[in-house]
Design a protein around this ligand. Structure first.
Ligand SMILES: [Zn+2]
Length: 347
């Protein structure tokens, strides 16, 4: 059992966060010093553990590119479009009838008569992987990309029922490059961005579920959301009696690359938008894979994520599970990028 470095709980401020589920408050309005006195973690050099298989969302290290810059420079109200085939993309140009959108594989496409989407929104949910990029795969054949999408869609339903304005970075089984996921976050400026993953690798047995939540370095809001998600996920699974496994990175932490920026592309490229990446349990552990094949368990996971997001907006709670971050010195692999990516039908 690790000895986590705890972040002190809420201190002086009882002020509720200034975020609201209305979608009318800009995310920057949440970055007030009144927010809960949550200390900001800063990187400290440590030796990194091996990364779990199937979890990475690395994308490219060179984060500056003309398409992302075009999204960030855009001032028009229309921020994204959804094609008639159901694919969401950040807008870089065009209107009022034809729009140039960023495709899932981080190209561009001119689309006519799409659904128009303005920002900001409350929650952008990001089901990890998709298509031929499956993420972790259970010995039963259950794919992480599928589990991520089922949980993400169930979470969307729950949040919409609560009155939030919610979108998904993908709503079907196809690839989406990290760059395109991040471009949607930068375009839509959600109050929070939640990347849903499930873990791989073969860590050791542990007495409790080995949930990991990765947050953005130095972002109080990202940390607070991460703490609430860890709190709710672990509570939701606490009564299940199986042989759980866990890494020593069980808990809430940032993970940086050697350059000192966030390791995961969906957290690094979305800076300015409070973002988290969740790894609820391990598909590579057969007892947990059996749980993840049970619709009731996935519904419970979505319930827990919805409760966490609700608490983020409606309380000043910090959640739990904070541990020290790590600098990752290994190779994340090519996952999440554009190599070999084929766009789904866009018209
Ligand atoms: Zn993953």
């Amino acid at each position: 059992m690790r000895s986590p470095t705890a972040i002190p709980g809420p201190t002086t401020s009882a002020t509720a966060p200034s975020t609201s589920p209305t979608g009318t408050v800009a995310p920057s309005a949440t970055a007030t010093s009144a927010e809960a006195g949550l200390p900001v973690l800063t990187p400290q050099p440590t030796v990194s553990p091996a990364l779990a298989l199937g979890s990475p969302t690395s994308a490219d290290p060179g984060d500056s590119d003309p398409l992302t810059e075009a999204v960030q420079a855009r001032t028009e109200e229309v921020r994204a479009v959804r094609t008639k085939t159901g694919v969401l993309g950040a807008v870089v140009d065009g209107g009022p009838f034809e729009w140039t959108m960023i495709t899932p594989c981080f190209g561009t496409s001119l689309v006519a008569g799409p659904e128009i989407i303005e920002g900001p929104i409350d929650v952008l949910i990001d089901p990890g992987h998709g298509g031929d990029e499956t993420g972790a795969v259970a010995s039963s054949g259950l794919r992480e990309s599928h589990v991520n999408l089922v949980v993400a869609q169930a979470l969307e339903q729950r949040l919409v029922a609560r009155g939030y304005r919610v979108l998904l970075t993908r709503d079907a089984d196809h690839r989406v490059a990290i760059q395109s996921r991040a471009a949607l976050a930068l375009a839509l400026q959600p109050a929070v961005f939640v990347s849903v993953h499930h873990n791989g690798g073969f860590p050791e047995l542990h007495g409790e579920v080995g949930t990991e939540v990765f947050v953005q370095q130095g972002s109080e809001q990202s940390q607070r959301l991460g703490g609430l998600i860890f709190d709710e996920l672990t509570a939701a699974f606490a009564d299940i009696d199986v042989d759980w496994v866990a890494n020593r990175t069980r808990g809430v932490s940032w993970r940086s690359n050697v350059e000192g920026t966030d390791l995961y592309g969906v957290l690094r490229r979305t800076r300015g938008v409070p973002s988290v990446l969740t790894e609820a349990m391990f598909l590579t552990n057969p007892p947990e894979a059996a749980l993840l094949a049970d619709p009731a368990v996935l519904a419970a996971e979505a319930d827990a994520l919805a409760r966490a997001i609700d608490r983020y907006f409606s309380s000043a709670d910090n959640g739990s599970g904070f541990i020290e971050g790590l600098i990752f010195r290994g190779d994340l692999g090519p996952g999440g990028g554009t190599d070999g990516c084929k766009d789904p039908a866009l018209r």
